[in-house]
Design a protein around this ligand. Structure first.
Ligand code: NAD
Length: 502
């Protein structure tokens, strides 16, 4: 078994080995639970990106021609290695992201599911075949890889989000350049080492670390066929527009503001559990976190009390110490999230729970902010209109189902939503009427399994294709239809008319 190489400088990974790159720019990587800088990460320039793309391009001919059997054998080996070493990866994630260990392990497990889905690539790539569409003529379809594909991922799931894409891309015969978030870069290098150990040929999976400069270089590079981006909405929009302008296939998943609607007939204890779990898990730094509770009266007072009781039991601290909730990813992000508590109260909301200055099981310098609850939030307040991406839950009180639906549908984001009710008819109506890509019925974080596709509507996704599942296979392949006739003298003759079947 190889050992993961943890170093003071997180380097790129090109052609199956660490690569320092020509750029001398670096960025700090923090341990969010202590606030200390633990290492540096290399920031690629356009030349470093070009080196990685060239490596991927060179590897493409061999990898795309490798048999499906060979490719799936490597996928299976990668799955086994990742499963055996998932605790190690979870520790790396916690040390740079801050989320608690159990949550980091959950993230790796959800990524593993996509690897397992991609192990079925021989079946997923099967095309159609129609015999005898015309006299002596057969038609069949093929799906072929795109070439060099790029993945640009956010800080909040440094292992799972890249794994939404690269297992499928690689199994389908593409070669990959991954540009992870510079805030928690080490998970990507760990995954790269596992690929090498699994027998993936050098150059099929490459990692370049960096910021906007690296992203722009990928978006503009003529040999990059596609871009799979996940991050905030303004950057997703920019990536979509720039990437498509440069002729690439782009799927750009953006930010979110997820609503949980609670109808008066809901089980309020279950709804309170769900709101706390989905609002404060991973310190609210999940694109599927619940950030707005839309409660249909007259149950709001009762629900808010139950939520406050549960919040008072949450243990905040270092993710390695068995706490419920860890720190935020950086000091700057913590300060920005905390500023919404003042903005909310100034705008007229009730600060029912203030997470600032809470006791934590961790070092003073960590990027702490406890779970916070703002009640009587209205849809014109910045705490409602902005994606906060932290442990701040807002309660919006409404008078009816119709009003609740209007709130959800008027929001520009459409990633995830949930309804809590015991009324099957109301739930069914909601699933039809809500303008959101992923819907939970008494399930607060409805992240689809790997064999369905993940993606939002409206400002939560730019492009047509969602991640993983059959849509992922389609994104990473191009369709081709073959019409074949094997030579037979009876088919000869001149005919300039448009081909018709006979
Ligand atoms: P971000 O947009 O700041 O960064 C995402 C990626 O873009 C990173 O790799 C980053 O290096 C790069 N980047 C940053 N600034 C850039 C710029 N100016 N030009 C080009 N590239 C740039 O997002 P983040 O803070 O890392 O992640 C949190 C965001 O991601 C939230 O908005 C969250 O909702 C979203 N997210 C969405 C989904 C989804 O499925 N829709 C999933 C996870 C996270």
């Amino acid at each position: 078994m190889s050992t993961y190489h943890s170093t003071d400088l997180v380097t790129h990974w090109i052609s199956g080995k660490p690569a320092t790159g020509a750029s001398s720019r670096t960025a700090d990587v923090f341990d969010p639970a202590t606030g200390r800088v633990t290492k540096q990460v290399a920031l690629a320039d356009a030349g470093d990106v070009a080196t990685a793309v060239a490596a991927a391009r060179e590897a493409f001919a061999g990898w795309s021609a490798a048999s499906l059997t060979r490719r799936t054998q490597v996928l299976f080996a990668f799955r086994e290695l990742l499963n055996a070493r998932k605790e190690e990866l979870a520790q790396i994630i916690t040390s740079e992201h801050g989320k608690v260990l159990s949550d980091a392990l959950g993230e790796v497990t959800r990524g593993l599911e996509v690897v397992e889905f991609a192990c079925g690539m021989p079946h997923l790539l099967k095309g159609g075949h129609s015999e005898g569409v015309s006299t002596g003529v057969d038609v069949y379809s093929l799906r072929q890889p795109l070439g060099v594909v790029s993945i640009i991922s956010p800080f909040n799931f440094p292992a799972m989000v890249p794994m939404w894409f690269f297992p499928i891309a690689i199994a389908a015969g593409n070669t990959v350049v991954l540009k992870p978030s510079e805030k928690d870069p080490s998970a990507a290098n760990f995954l790269a080492e596992l690929w090498s150990e699994a027998g993936l040929p050098d150059g099929v999976f490459n990692v370049v670390h960096g910021d906007k400069e690296a992203v722009d270089a990928l978006l503009e590079h003529p040999d990059v066929a596609s871009v799979s981006f996940v991050g905030s909405t303004p950057i997703a929009k920019y990536v979509y527009e720039t990437g498509t302008r440069h002729g690439k296939r782009v799927q750009a998943l953006g930010g979110a503001k997820n609503h949980m609607v609670v109808l008066p007939d809901a089980d309020l204890d279950l709804a309170a559990d769900a709101a706390v779990n989905a609002g404060f898990g991973s310190a609210g730094e999940r694109c599927m976190a619940i950030s707005a509770l839309v409660v249909v009266e007259p149950v709001a007072d009762a629900l808010v009390e139950k939520i406050k009781e549960r919040m008072s039991t949450l243990k905040v601290g270092d993710g390695r110490r068995g706490c419920d909730m860890g720190p935020l990813v950086t000091g700057a992000h913590r300060d920005k999230v905390a500023s919404y508590l003042d903005a909310g109260t100034q705008a007229g909301a009730d600060l029912a729970v203030d997470g600032r200055g809470i006791d934590v099981d961790g070092e003073q310098g960590g990027f702490w902010l406890g779970p916070s609850l703002l009640d009587r939030v209205t849809t014109d307040m910045s705490v409602y209109t902005d994606e906060i991406f932290g442990p701040v839950l807002s309660v919006v009180r409404v008078g009816s189902y119709e009003e609740a639906l209007k709130v959800v549908n008027a929001n520009p984001y459409g990633n995830g939503t949930a309804i809590f009710t015991n009324d099957g008819g109301a739930a069914r109506r909601f699933q039809t009427e809500v303008q959101v890509g992923m819907v939970g019925i008494n399930v607060p974080i409805p992240v689809p399994m790997s064999y369905y596709s993940f993606g939002g509507w409206k400002d939560s996704l730019f492009g047509d294709t969602h991640a993983h599942g059959v849509e992922g296979v389609h994104f990473f392949t191009r369709g081709k239809v073959v019409t074949a006739r094997w030579l037979d003298p009876s088919n000869g003759g001149i005919n300039l008319g448009f081909p018709q079947n006979a």
